[in-house]
Design a binder for this molecule. Structure first.
Ligand code: CU
Length: 432
């Protein structure tokens, strides 16, 4: 597949190599005071002065609350509890954040949940994600321009921290260590942050067997939100709801996802990994792969298949492990490092009804399982027997009726009036 490469892919690699960076938060929350207090509840419209409209509370949009972080056990894959800022995300940095009411959303409850818009977030909106190959040259160009703009525009809300939580206030304890970042680089950054190694201390080798977004059940929910966030940022960037991310149809993925039982096939993830490797360059390296925009096409189609799976099998969240998954992959874990905190559960929902987007994909009808085929065959056989029985009964009854109908009205076995008349005449009686 021919990839559009309008962005400077080397830039972000250089940024990663030049300085260690560790997290990302709303710009308003990167003050010494907010970091010391562990509170990230920005004002929305503080007409009466700072601190008078935390999380849009004055208009009922939200409130400042303690963060709920998953504390259930994870699998033994991660033996370094207490060493990584991503544990119990995001409580190493903040333990109070905005919790928004109804359809309100965002770091200060100033925006709407996906699928809603308007001043009161009460107007439904549905974004249709289309196949790249179905677009006209003009439409493709519009998409590339939107990506290019995202690459060059400083993110309006988020900044990245350039030190771990222990050193976040700088050498003097009063200089928060944050940097601006562009919208697209932010998209790349949060992917990197979710897969980076655990720093075990100066002079020690970092632990690299953790992955908060791959190699576990959160793979689909994490990448779903990752894409959703980029799409919304691009819509804000272009001030247009018609910006939507695209997908590239891949029949091989569909075939592997078509397990009639609806069970997750681990081979599918391998296919995803192979696709990344095939892309080569930054697209083939897990920690840098979003730097190549082809990442969007690959993962958006994966998400389309995920959404179809959710819909087709009416998937239940009970299939998602509540505990003992790899770290970051428990059902109620706040996906690292998204902000505001959002759990895997919240992305395990059908997109058109709950997240405000859908896919312009024609799916083939699903194959039947062996047990379904046997059930259908037995029911069909029973129906056939019933039809034959009823048909035969009707045929016999019809035939009997036909025989009766063909009986002569006057047969030899019936008495004849003339015989009766003769009898009466002989006995001299009148006939009534
Ligand atoms: Cu990934």
């Amino acid at each position: 597949m021919k990839a559009h490469r309008p962005l400077s892919l080397g830039y972000f690699l250089a940024l990663l190599c030049s300085q260690p960076a560790w997290a990302q938060f709303p710009r308003e929350c990167t003050t010494t005071e907010a970091l010391r207090n562990g509170v990230c509840c920005p004002d929305l419209l503080p007409i009466s002065g700072p601190g008078t409209d935390l999380c849009g509370a004055s208009s009922g949009r939200g409130r400042c609350e303690a963060v709920t972080a998953d504390s259930r056990p994870h699998s033994r894959q991660y033996p370094h509890d207490g060493r990584d800022d991503r544990e119990g995300w995001p409580t190493r940095f903040f333990n109070r954040t905005c919790r928004c009411n109804g359809n309100f959303s965002g770091h200060n409850c100033g925006t709407c949940r996906p699928g809603w818009r308007g001043a009161a977030c009460d107007e439904r909106v549905l974004t249709v994600r289309r196949n790249l190959l179905d677009l006209s040259a003009e439409e493709r160009n519009y998409f590339v321009q939107a990506l290019d703009m995202a690459k060059r525009t400083t993110h309006p809300q988020f900044v990245i921290a350039t030190r771990r939580s222990e050193e976040i206030l700088g050498p003097d304890g009063n200089t928060p260590q944050f940097e601006n970042i562009s919208i697209y680089n932010y998209f790349v950054w949060i992917h990197y942050y979710s897969v980076k190694k655990t720093f075990l201390g100066a002079g020690q080798e970092s632990f690299g067997e953790v992955d908060f977004s791959h190699e576990g059940p959160a793979f689909l929910t994490w990448h779903r939100y990752h894409l959703l966030q980029l799409e919304r940022d691009m819509q804000v960037c272009r001030k247009h709801f018609n910006v939507q991310i695209l997908y590239r149809h891949c029949a091989l993925f569909v075939n592997r996802y078509s397990d009639p039982t609806g069970r997750y096939d681990p081979a599918v993830r391998s296919l995803h990994n192979l696709a990344h490797l095939f892309l080569n360059g930054t697209g083939g390296q897990t920690h840098l792969s979003p730097n190549d925009p082809i990442f969007i096409l690959l993962h958006t189609f994966t998400d389309a298949v995920f959404d179809e799976w959710l819909r087709r099998y009416n998937a239940d969240i009970s299939t998602f492990p509540l505990e003992n998954a790899p770290i970051g992959h428990n059902r109620q874990y706040n996906m690292v490092p998204f902000w505001p905190p959002i759990t895997n559960t919240e992305m395990f929902v059908t997109a058109p009804d709950n997240l405000g987007y859908t896919y312009e994909v024609q799916w083939s009808s699903r194959n039947f399982s062996i047990s379904e085929i046997i059930t259908i065959a037995v029911v069909a056989a029973l129906l056939l027997v019933a039809v034959i029985f009823v048909g035969a009964s009707c045929l016999i009854r019809a035939r009997n009726k036909l025989d009766e109908a063909n009986q002569p009205l006057l047969g030899d076995q019936y008495e004849h009036y003339t015989e009766e008349y003769e009898t009466l005449k002989n006995s001299n009686q009148s006939m009534v």
